[in-house]
Write a protein that binds this ligand. Structure first.
Ligand code: ZN
Length: 156
C-alpha cells in the first residue's frame, strides 16, 4: 500500500513511514497533477482538502479525507478506508522520514562521528537511509509512536 500525503499532515506521513509504508508528501501541486501521480503510482491520497478528495474519487483514485485534528482520530479516519498493519515499530521496516527510502542496519562502529555522543552511548542498533544516508536509531520518537499505536490497538 502506497500513500501520497498532504504536506499539512506531516505527522500522519511520518507515522506511516515509521510503520514501513511507502509515503510521499506533496505541497503546492495542482489537484490534477496530484491525481495523475496517485493514479500512475497507485497511491492512496490523504488530505484535508475536500475538493481534492472529491476530484480524486471521480478519477477512481482512493482518497481519504481527514476531518479531525486529533492524531488518534485522524488515524481512525485512515483505518476506516484501509487496513494498516499496526505492527511493532522496528528500525528494520521503518522508512526514512526525510526521503521515503528504505533503511539498512549499519554497524555502530561506522557511525560514531555521525550521531550525538549521548545517542552513541545509549543505543546499540542503528540504521542508515539507503539514499540520503540519514542515520536512525530507536530513540524516543519510536517509543512515542509505540505508545500511540498501543492507544489505537486498545480501541480497535
Ligand atoms: Zn533518506
Amino acid at each position: 500500500m502506497l500513500f501520497l500525503v498532504d504536506g499539512m499532515l506531516g505527522n500522519v506521513a511520518k507515522k506511516l513511514l515509521l510503520l514501513g509504508y511507502d509515503t510521499e508528501y506533496f505541497s503546492g501541486m495542482s489537484d490534477s497533477d496530484l491525481i495523475k501521480k496517485a493514479k500512475q503510482e497507485d497511491r492512496t491520497i490523504i488530505s484535508k482538502d475536500r475538493q481534492l478528495i472529491a476530484n480524486a474519487r471521480k478519477s477512481d483514485v482512493v482518497a481519504i479525507q481527514i476531518t479531525k485534528d486529533n492524531e488518534i482520530e485522524q488515524f481512525f479516519e485512515i483505518l476506516d478506508t484501509v487496513d494498516l498493519e499496526l505492527n511493532e515499530i522496528s528500525g528494520d521496516t521503518a522508512r526514512c522520514t526525510r526521503c521515503n527510502s528504505q533503511t539498512t542496519r549499519i554497524a555502530k562502529s561506522k557511525i560514531s562521528n555521525r550521531v550525538p555522543p549521548k545517542v552513541f552511548e545509549f543505543n546499540e542498533d542503528f540504521w542508515e537511509c539507503d539514499k540520503c544516508k540519514q542515520v536512525y536509531w530507536e530513540g524516543s520518537h519510536v517509543k512515542k509512536l509505540q505508545d500511540f499505536l498501543d492507544k489505537i490497538r486498545a480501541r480497535v
